[in-house]
Design a protein around this ligand. Structure first.
Ligand code: F6P
Length: 491
C-alpha cells in the first residue's frame, strides 16, 4: 500500500471505469449502498482506498442522483470516505448502445472464445463513441491543469485514451488495463471498426493485459491493421511519434482483507446460517459463484456434476452443489438464453437424481455480500470454476484466500488466466463434462494432507501476487518512462 502512495507522489490519480464501486439504491424510503458483482471493481477499490483520488464511473443505482453534490460527486466508502466517486449519467439510449450494445454484444463475445457471434451495429458504435467523449470530458474536468495519471479500466473505453491525448493537455499520463482476453487477429479482423479501436488504444502510454498471450495477440493485430512501428523485444508500439508500452500484469485480490474476513465472527455466523438453510447435515458441499454469463461455463459444470453422479452412484444423496449465479446484463438475448438454459438443466438434473427431500443442485440467482460468499468458500469441500474463457477469474483467487484452514479443492478451467498461477488446482477442460466429473471424483476423496499441500502453495502464490503488487507494478512501469511533466523526474 505504501508503494502505491509513494509512486503517486505529485500526480493526481483518476481511475475511469464504467462500473462504479458503490451503488446507491432506494429500499422503500431508505437509501442503501452496496458493492456490485464485479471482479474489476473488487480489485480496484482497495487500490483506491490506499491511494485516494477520483473514480469516474457510470451512475447506475436508482438513488445515485440523490446522494451526489452539485459536481455529481460523493466521497466513498460512505461510512469512512477515502476517495471521490464522480458519477457520469447515461440515458437509457446511451446504456443500450454503449454498454449493452457495443461493449457487451460486440467487444465481449469477440474477445472470449465461446462461439457466441458478436453483433456489429453502426448505431451502437456511434453511441459508444459519444459516451467515450462524455467520459473524456468528465476526466479532463477532474484533471484541470494538474499533472494527472489517468488509469482506464476495460473494454468500454477503447477510444478514451486517444481522446485524452488529443485534448492538447500535455501533462496527462494515460494507462489502461484490459480486464478480458484480447482476441487473436483472425477473430479481430472481422470487426468493422478495428482500425479506430486500435488507434484509440494506442493513445495510451501503457496498455496492460493479464497474460503475455493477450499482449502478443494485440501486437499482431496492430501489426496487421494499424500503421505503426512495433518493437517486439521491448513490447512497445510507436505510432505518430508516441510510444505505447504493452505489458502483462496478472490481476489479483486483496489477500489480507479476505483472510481477515474469513476468520471473522460474522463469517462463522454466516457459515452456520448456510448450513441451516441448506440443511447440509454431514453432506459434502461443492460450490460455484459467478455472474450469470455464458463465458462462465455454468451449464457445462452442472453437466459435469451429472456425469460424476452417473459414475459414482454411492454419492447420490451425500453431496450437495450450490450454484450462485448473479443476474447480469439480463436485457441482452444471449444472457436471457443462458439463464433459461441454466434453469432448464438444473431442473433436469435435479429431477433425474431427486430422492425424497434431497436434490443435488441448489441454484441461487442473487448477489450476496462478501461475508456470505466467503462463508460459502469456507464450507465447500470443492469449488468449481469452469469458465469457457476468462481473462483471469478472481473468484478462484478469492476461494484460495478464504481457506485459512488450508483445506478445500479448487477445480479450475484451463481457459482462465488464473490457471497459470494456481498450478495446484485440479485443471479441467470445461468443454468435456466427463473431465469435470472426474475432477469432482478426485476432489471428494482427496486426503486432508493432499488438500493442505495444494492449498498452502496456492495461498503463497495469491498472498505474494496480491492486488497491491499488481497496482504497484503498473504504476512503477509508468513512472519509469521519460515523461516531461513527471513531477517525480523534476525533483
Ligand atoms: O471481468 C470482466 C468484467 O468486464 C469486469 O471488468 C467487469 O466489472 C465485470 O466483467 C462485470 O461486468 P459488468 O460491469 O458488465 O457487470
Amino acid at each position: 500500500q505504501e508503494l502505491i502512495h509513494g509512486r503517486l507522489a505529485g500526480y493526481k490519480f483518476i481511475v475511469v471505469a464504467n462500473r462504479e464501486p458503490y451503488v446507491h439504491r432506494f429500499v422503500e424510503d431508505r437509501i442503501v449502498h452496496s458493492k456490485p458483482a464485479s471482479g474489476m471493481a473488487t480489485a480496484l477499490d482497495p487500490i483506491m482506498l490506499a491511494s485516494g483520488g477520483v473514480w469516474v464511473g457510470h451512475g447506475s443505482g436508482d438513488a445515485d442522483h440523490a446522494v451526489v453534490d452539485e459536481h455529481d460527486c460523493i466521497a466513498v466508502p460512505p461510512e469512512d470516505p477515502k476517495y471521490k466517486l464522480r458519477r457520469v449519467w447515461l440515458t437509457k439510449e446511451d446504456e443500450q448502445g454503449f454498454y449493452l450494445g457495443f461493449s457487451n454484444e460486440c467487444l465481449w463475445p469477440m474477445s472470449h472464445i465461446t462461439f457466441t457471434r458478436p453483433r456489429f451495429d453502426a448505431k451502437d458504435w456511434e453511441t459508444y463513441r459519444r459516451v467515450n467523449e462524455l467520459f473524456a470530458n468528465a476526466v479532463l474536468d477532474e484533471a484541470g491543469d494538474d499533472p494527472t495519471l489517468v488509469f482506464i479500466q476495460d473494454y468500454h473505453f477503447c477510444l478514451l485514451p486517444r481522446l485524452l491525448k488529443n485534448s492538447g493537455r500535455k501533462n496527462l499520463v494515460v494507462a489502461q488495463f484490459w480486464h478480458i482476453p484480447w482476441p487473436n487477429p483472425e477473430v479481430f479482423r472481422v470487426c468493422p471498426w478495428k482500425e479506430e479501436i486500435l488507434d484509440g488504444l494506442l493513445g495510451n502510454d501503457l496498455l496492460g493485459f493479464h497474460l503475455r498471450y493477450d499482449c502478443r495477440n494485440f501486437l499482431e493485430a496492430v501489426d496487421r491493421f494499424a500503421e505503426s512501428r512495433i518493437d517486439y523485444e521491448r513490447s512497445d508500439v510507436v505510432r505518430g511519434g508516441a510510444t505505447t508500452k504493452v505489458s502483462a500484469f496478472p490481476i489479483s485480490i486483496d489477500f489480507e482483507e479476505t483472510n481477515r474476513l474469513a476468520t471473522s465472527p460474522q463469517v462463522e455466523q454466516a457459515m452456520e446460517t448456510w448450513k441451516r438453510q441448506l440443511q447440509l447435515g454431514d453432506r459434502i458441499l461443492g460450490a460455484g459463484i459467478e455472474r450469470l454469463d455464458y463465458t462462465k461455463g455454468i451449464v457445462e459444470r452442472l453437466r459435469g456434476l451429472d456425469s460424476f453422479l452417473s459414475t459414482h452412484l454411492d454419492y447420490v444423496g451425500k453431496l450437495q452443489f450450490v450454484q450462485i449465479a448473479v443476474p447480469s446484463r439480463s436485457h441482452l438475448a444471449d444472457y436471457r438464453r443462458i439463464e433459461d438454459e441454466v434453469d432448464r438443466v438444473t431442473d433436469e438434473i435435479n429431477w433425474k437424481w431427486r430422492n425424497g427431500r434431497w436434490k443435488p443442485i441448489t441454484l441461487i440467482k442473487e448477489h450476496h455480500d462478501p461475508i456470505r460468499m466467503v462463508a460459502l468458500h469456507r464450507l465447500a469441500k470443492f469449488f468449481v470454476v469452469s469458465s469457457l474463457h476468462d481473462g483471469m477469474n478472481l473468484v478462484a483467487k478469492e476461494f484460495v484466500a478464504s481457506r485459512t484452514d488450508e483445506q478445500g479443492v479448487l477445480i479450475l478451467s484451463r481457459f482462465t488466466g488464473a490457471v497459470r498461477e494456481l498450478e495446484d488446482a485440479l485443471p479441467i477442460n470445461p468443454f468435456g463434462a466427463h473431465e469435470i466429473g472426474d475432477a469432482i471424483a478426485a476432489a471428494v476423496v482427496m486426503s486432508p494432507e493432499e488438500q493442505k499441500r495444494r492449498m498452502t502453495r496456492m495461498r503463497e502464490v495469491v498472498a505474494r501476487n496480491n492486488v497491491y503488487r499488481w497496482g504497484g507494478k503498473i504504476l512503477s512501469t509508468l513512472l519509469q518512462f521519460e515523461l516531461p511533466e513527471n513531477p517525480a523526474n523534476t525533483e
